[in-house]
Every structure is written in C-alpha cells, then in structure tokens.
Design a protein around this ligand. Structure first.
Ligand SMILES: *[C@@H]1O[C@H](CO)[C@@H](O)[C@H](O)[C@H]1NC(C)=O
Ligand SMILES: *[C@@H]1O[C@H](CO)[C@@H](O)[C@H](O)[C@H]1NC(C)=O
Ligand SMILES: [Zn+2]
Length: 666
C-alpha cells in the first residue's frame, strides 16, 4: 500500500522546515522570500463554517498547509478533525483549540498580508489541553505544532483567541488602588462578569485571585474568585468555603449577588472593616458566580421579567446540572441498614460514567477533589427558602418525605441516647444561619412567594419539599467532607434590574453569617508521634454515621452543633485515639482538637482497617479511582484490542486515503 499523501506532505514539510527561516507554505518558488511572498497574498472572504466565529473574516490560499481552495480545505482530514473536536474532547479546550486550528487552516489575511497566530497562545493551549488528548489516546495534531506554524510577538503575530478574552487585557491595565468600589447593581453579561472578577482580583491582589475550574460545554471559562489572606494556597487548618451561583442558567440572582459580594469583600477589607478582615484572615472563600454560563446566555437573550421557568435552565447539552451529579443517595439508602454502612466518601458507581456527564459537572467534581471544602451553598431562584440534604427521598414512591442525613438524625447527645432538640442539628443550624437574618424570609406580614415555608422558619429538608436525584448537595455530603445547603433567593428567577439592589441588601448579611458558620465545631491536625501529618485519617463522631477525613496536611474540620461529643481519629496502621469534647452554646470559633496516633505494634498485617467503603477497592476518600478525567474514558472506551483503532476513528473512516493517521499514537 502506498503511503497516504498526507504523510508525504508531512515529510515535505519537515524537510522544508529544516531550512532556517523558510516557510514552505508561503514559498512555492523554492526560495525564502518571507515578507515578499506574504505581501502578495490575495485576501478572500473566510467561508468555512467551522471557523465562522474566528476573530477575522478574510483568509488566503494556499493556506499554511498548502490547501489551494476552500473545497480542498473542507475535504481535508484536518478540517474534519476541527469540526468534531468539540465532541471528541467532550467540550474540553474548545472553542480555543478549534480557533487555533482555524488560524492555521484558514490563516488570517489582512491588507494583502497573511498573518500568523502567536506561538505563546499555542504553547499555553498545548500545555492545558495535552491531557485531554492523552485521555482519548489521540496524538497532538501535527498542524498545531507551535514551533512550525506559529510566530513570535516580534514577528507581529496576533492572538486568535482575542475574542474569547473579551478585551480583558486593557481592563486589567487600568490603574488600581482605588479604595472605594462602586458596585453596579446591574445584570452582568459573561464578559462583564469576567472583567469585574479580574478587576476585583487586581484591586485586592494581596487577598484575591481568580482561577478557572474548567469550561462550560460552549467553552466559557468557569471562573472563580478566591479570597483569603494567602490566595492561591491552602493554609493549615484554615477552612474553605465555596459559594456557587447560576447552576440553573435562568436563575440569575445568585450570579449577581456573588459578583457584588466579591467586590464588597474586597473593598471592605481595604477599608479596614474588622469583621471582613477577620473573616478573610481566617477563611478561604471561593466564589463561582456562574456554574452555567451557557444557560445564562439563553435566558439573558429572552431578558429580565420575560424569562419563563425553563429557558436556559439547562446547560448547552440540555442537561439539568443539578440532576447530573452521581446519585449516591440511592447507593446510601441501599446499604444504610447494613452493619457498618457509611454515609461518607461513597465511591461514584461505574455506570454513572456511561451516561452523559456535563463538563460543568465534571469541573465541580474535580474542584471538590482539589480543595478540602468544608461548607458550601448553591444559590437558586424561583422560591424563597433554604433547603438542606437529602434532596432525594428515602422512600422512592414518596415525593415529599423528610429524609435527613445522619448529621441531622443524631447530634451531640446521640451517644447517650438523649433526643436532640431540633435547633441543635447541624444542617438546620446552617440553614437557619441564612434564613434567620434574611428580612424577607422572616417577614410574617408580607404576602410573598414561598409563604408556605414561613411557619417552618423558611427552611426545609429538600426531600420533604420535593424529591429528586443527582443533585449537587447530596453529592457533596455523600462523596466529600463538604456540607452544602441550597438557597432559593426569591420568587423571580430573572429579576428586573431595579430589584437587584434590594436583593443584595437582603442577602448580604445572610451570606456573611452563613460563611462564618464554617468556624463552628472542631478542627485540628492528625499526626503521628513524630509530628508528621497523617492524611486521609478518619474523624468519627459517636452517634453520627458520617466521617470526615483529613486533608493532605493532616488537618480536618468537623462541623458540630454545641454539646458534648465523643470524637475518634483513626488511620490504617495506627491505633485509634478517642477524645471527649464539649462545645459551648455560644462558641464562635472552632475548638482545636489535635490527635497524635501511635503506630500499631508491628508490620502491615496488623493494619486497623477503616470502615469499608461501598466502592470496589476502598480507595482514599479523595477518590483516585473516581478521577472523572480518566474513569469515564476507561469505562466507556474500553482498551482496544491490539491492532484495532480507537473509538474515535469512526469519525474519519469516510475520508478514505486521507485518514488522519497522524492522530494515531501507535
Ligand atoms: C469583516 O470585518 C471587518 C472588520 O473586522 C468588517 O468591517 C467587515 O464588515 C467584515 N466583513 C464581513 C463580510 O463580515
Ligand atoms: C488581618 O490580617 C492583616 C494582615 O496580616 C492584618 O493587618 C489585620 O490586622 C488582620 N485583621 C484582623 C481583624 O484580624
Ligand atoms: Zn434552581
């Protein structure tokens, strides 16, 4: 069989590129005229569908890959790859990668000159996206070779992703150091939101930082603003909180409130507000104003007030993100009656990865694995109430049934079998920390939506309200150390702009009060007799079938209501340590309780096995086997029998002899 033409072409390119300073594609005559050849380009309209959102609209032929016409480009394997890349990588790295490819496949032409994309942009993407290719066993496409087809800034390159960045760089260059922040109580488009968060991080550079936890299906960055005394790192025993808005794209109040909160915390810290300084000096707070930026766009297109109940609720794949998490609640109910059954660190079942998992959901799961969160709130709209787990009813046929977590059923005196007053149950305390200081939630005179929750103090167990599976809060509780509540901020999902200031006023104190709750209970470090931290040690509280595990530095946080508790620390290879602690009713800072574990006498045979987990293998609670970036692929894309092609090869079969063999690793 003759080698496919592409390989020949590739070989030609390699040869040509070996000549210094020579650009094969621009040099049909064989010399190296560089700019002369560039000048002679004829710009024509860019008419490739896959590249229609590029930052430019004129291209030239032949392209950098020697394609001589639009038709040739369209039938090339490189173009087919760009067209399906989004799907192959499940939304990861796109649209960036596609636009980068377009910059090579359909180079920018401007004023009779072909311009080349910037090498540093290519290199940045290569670093970020190589893992996505590795995960599907695909080689990095040869035409995204940063050294060959890209140019340096000295050579006058342009940024093909400029449009995605929304002109941020200019904003960032604005002078900072302005003490007062004028919060604009308006709706924020995606670009505006990103700008405000980045500007806030710049203004408060010593206590704030933005970072991305991944991308939405349509490629929007899921941007987080982090506030803490040392942004960018976990500090020993400093608890971490996350606040998430806009998981339902059409429920936008939470998104706006978190944007305002970011600015408020920054400027109050700078102004010397004692409470805010203390909070940020002792807590690491992560704000994700929009978990569903794609859905938001759909809702925003309809506009405030007009928006109905459902437009934009889902992500761009039409998935409801608050139904898309692994249903561990069923797993828990299935095993709850068994001896030693746990309600913590339950493994994600294999079959979950066979279904559709949104990139937004994956991003959150990955985030939860990377940061030892203690407390969380997810902000919704459409009603006025705070709900707490479980959201899924313990009786599948019962749509409304009180279904509490073990942290609710038990409490400070459970081990002495004295019934616990409801006001001392942890999730109720958390929900009340929000509702009790919210003027509307507490207002008895107002005729409001959610009025039916008034007599319960505007808090409710999720399943007692209405039952659903795959929610984020249940997942937080059953898979990680994090306790999450759900806040319904008001009846209107997409409030008019005039209502936003009042919404902020009503929710500012509840949010602060709630975040401060992360300092309830106990915290400390588990170490061995040499002072070496023990990670993944289990902290159990007698009477509560829900363990917390230590973070990599050996530190832990256990939210607990006031009262007396028996606390046990244990880890494989060590004997357990038991302590009795009493948390006074008015205590506002977590009491420090450290544990020093003694190794069990001899070798590994004497391991004290922790309670068994449901999942196979019983891996560490930070769940290596559940790594969403790997397991879905492992599960769905079974290893190929030797000699056969990877699953994605079917996309290219129709290309016949033009099949992109350069994507195959072996
Ligand atoms: C191409 O872009 C230029 C400026 O970027 C704009 O003025 C022009 O109208 C565009 N042409 C088409 C056909 O979209
Ligand atoms: C917070 O930390 C900063 C920097 O260490 C310090 O100047 C400030 O006094 C602290 N404020 C409070 C209330 O702890
Ligand atoms: Zn919602």
């Amino acid at each position: 069989m003759p080698p496919p033409p592409l390989l020949l072409l590739l070989a030609a390119l390699v040869l040509a590129a070996a000549r210094p300073g020579c650009e094969p594609a621009w040099d049909p005559a064989g010399g190296c005229p560089r700019l002369a050849a560039v000048d002679s380009a004829t710009c024509v309209d860019l008419q490739l569908r896959t590249c229609s959102d590029a930052a430019y609209n004129q291209t030239a032929f032949p392209t950098l890959l020697e394609h001589r016409s639009r038709e040739v480009v369209e039938s090339s394997s490189e173009y087919v790859l760009l067209s399906v890349l989004h799907h192959l990588l499940e939304g990861q790295c796109n649209p960036d990668l596609r636009l980068l490819g377009c910059a090579v496949l359909a180079p920018r032409c401007q004023g009779g000159q072909v311009r080349r994309p910037c090498r540093h942009v290519c290199e940045g993407l290569r670093e970020a996206c190589q893992p996505a290719f590795d995960a599907i066993d695909m080689a990095w496409p040869y035409f995204l070779d940063c050294g060959r087809y890209f140019a340096s800034q000295q050579e006058g390159c342009y940024d093909p992703l400029e449009k995605l960045r929304g002109g941020l760089d200019e904003e960032e260059a604005l002078p900072s150091g302005h003490p007062a922040t004028f919060i604009h109580f308006t709706h924020h488009s995606y670009a505006q939101m990103v700008r405000v968060l980045k500007r806030t991080a710049a203004r408060c550079a010593h206590i704030a930082k933005t970072y991305s936890i991944g991308r939405s299906f349509d490629g929007r960055e899921l941007l987080v603003l982090e506030l803490s005394s040392r942004p960018g790192q976990h500090e020993l025993m400093e608890p971490e909180v996350k606040l998430i808005g806009n998981i339902h794209g059409n429920e936008v109040a939470g998104r706006e409130i978190l944007i305002y909160l970011a600015q408020y915390l920054c400027s109050e810290y700078l102004l010397g507000n004692d409470r805010i300084q203390r909070l940020l000096n002792t807590t690491r707070i992560h704000l994700l104003p929009s978990m569903n930026p794609d859905g938001y766009e759909v809702a925003a297109a309809e506009g405030a007030g007009y928006n109905g109940w459902t437009s934009g609720r889902q992500n761009a794949q039409n998935l409801d993100l608050n139904r898309n998490f692994p249903d561990l609640t069923s797993e828990y109910y299935r095993t709850a009656s068994a001896r030693g059954a746990r309600s913590d660190h339950i493994a994600i079942p294999q079959h979950y990865w066979w279904g559709k998992v949104a990139p937004e959901t994956k991003a959150i799961m990955k985030w939860m694995r990377a940061v030892p969160f203690v407390l969380s709130a997810s902000l919704h709209g459409g009603d006025l109430v705070v709900s707490y787990p479980f959201d899924f009813s313990k009786h599948p046929q019962e749509e409304k049934m009180f279904s509490p977590t073990p942290d609710e059923k038990a409490g400070p005196s459970a081990w002495t079998l004295v019934p616990l007053p409801p006001e001392l149950q942890m999730f109720k305390l958390l929900a009340r920390a929000y509702a009790d200081v919210h003027p509307m939630m507490m207002d008895r005179s107002e005729n409001r939506c959610g009025g039916n929750f008034l007599k319960r103090g505007s808090i409710i167990n999720g399943a007692d309200w209405y039952s659903f599976t795959g929610g984020m809060s249940d997942f937080n509780y059953l898979h990680s150390n994090c306790f999450e509540i759900t806040v319904e901020l008001g009846c209107v999902k997409f409030p008019p702009e005039e209502a936003l200031y009042t919404l902020w006023q009503h929710n500012k104190e509840p949010l602060l009060n709630f975040v401060e709750m992360v300092h309830r209970g106990i915290k400390g470090v588990v170490m061995d007799k040499f002072g070496k931290p023990v990670k993944n040690a289990r902290i159990s509280v007698k009477g509560i079938r829900h363990d917390i595990t230590t973070a990599p530095d050996g530190d832990y946080w256990r939210l607990l209501p006031p009262g007396s508790h028996i606390v046990i620390a244990q880890a494989p290879g060590y004997s357990k340590v038991i302590k009795k602690v009493t948390i006074p009713a008015r205590m506002k800072r977590a009491g420090r309780v450290d544990f020093i574990l003694q190794p069990l006498g001899t070798g590994p045979k004497n391991f004290l096995l922790g309670p068994r987990r449901n999942g196979p293998g019983g891996a560490g609670p930070h769940g290596e086997p559940e790594e969403p970036g790997q397991e879905p692929l492992g599960a769905r894309r079974l290893p190929e029998a030797s000699g056969s092609k990877p699953w994605w090869w079917s996309y290219f079969r129709s290309l016949g002899q033009h099949q992109p063999r350069w994507l195959l690793k072996y």
